[in-house]
Design a protein around this ligand. Structure first.
Ligand SMILES: Cc1cc2nc3c(=O)[nH]c(=O)nc-3n(C[C@H](O)[C@H](O)[C@H](O)COP(=O)(O)O)c2cc1C
Length: 139
């Protein structure tokens, strides 16, 4: 199975989640394309069986800029695709992920696993949560 993992991170928190997810995917035998949103190839990503996207909550419950730009570019190609979303936040209650999930549904994507959010930097327990999330996203 081909899985794309595309993320952005301003201080490393979402990146730590992405690394744990990537590790778990590889350990399960998936063929993983892992990239930052700034460097990601839209065609290669949308050709994958499962797409996992990570963004911290930024602005006022918004996606990080490069993720917003990348996501807008692939949004029209997500019909029927399995897509999972994750990211780190601080003071909010997850509104940015709920809004993103609504956009995914609007684009006709199949939500691969319930959105995963971690408060600030993931600790050991949250890293394990990320790995379990990765496994359920590719089921
Ligand atoms: C400019 C800016 C805007 C932010 N906006 C939000 C927000 O709307 N809601 C929230 O819960 N956290 C917000 N945060 C906190 C970040 O989401 C949090 O620090 C997160 O851990 C950053 O993850 P990263 O290291 O992957 O970038 C904001 C942080 C910054 C610097």
């Amino acid at each position: 199975m081909k899985v794309a993992l595309v993320y952005a991170s301003t201080t490393g928190n979402t990146e730590a989640m992405a690394k744990a997810i990537c590790e778990a995917l590889k350990a399960s035998g998936a063929d993983v394309l892992c990239s930052t949103a700034a460097d990601a190839d839209k065609a290669a990503v949308t050709a994958c069986d499962v797409i996992l996207l990570g963004s911290p909550a930024m602005g006022a419950e918004e996606l990080e800029e490069s993720v917003e730009s990348f996501y807008t570019g692939i949004e029209g190609s997500l019909g029927g695709k399995k897509v999972g979303i994750f990211g780190s936040y601080d003071w909010g209650d997850g509104q940015w992920l709920r809004d993103w999930k609504d956009r995914l549904s609007g684009a006709g994507a199949v939500v691969a696993s319930e959105p995963l959010m971690v408060h600030l930097e993931p600790g050991d327990a949250e890293i394990e949560q990320c790995k379990a999330w990765a496994a359920s996203a590719i089921k």
